[in-house]
Design a binder for this molecule. Sequence first.
Ligand code: NI
Length: 165
Amino acid sequence: MSNNLKVLKFPDPRLRKVADPVTKFDKSLENLANDMLEVMYREDGIGLAATQVNKHVRLIVIDISEDRNKPQFFVNPEFEILNTDSSYTFEEGCLSVPGFNEEITRPDNIILKWQDLKGKSHTDRPSGLLTVCIQHEIDHLEGKLMVDYVSSIKRDRIKKKLSKK
Ligand code: NI
């Protein structure tokens, strides 16, 4: 392990912090992005938000490629729902909620805006797994977790199990 970032686990209250916008597109942002990528690959995740490693800035790394060599970086990402009638249900997992998978329904017709590590702005309409993944990660930046989508009974059960670890 070449960096000391650790993934916070639910119910750690630090996962509830709302992340600040990134304003400096410098070397330290690039270093954090690369460290996060390393953690994500090590833990076999497909996405990681800075919040999860206790860095409260609006930065997300994602790699949904099969060969795990197409990292994508999203700085200050935000999305707009184009059509609420269209949704997609996917069994999501989360490195901060290890051992649990939950079916979550999210809008799948969205327009995504973000900046890259150099500060350049991008707009795109994501498709497939990226649509789900980016919404899951943006939730993290807002202090929201996938457990917030399940019943409170189920959430308490997950909390109990993870607190024992
Ligand atoms: Ni997650």
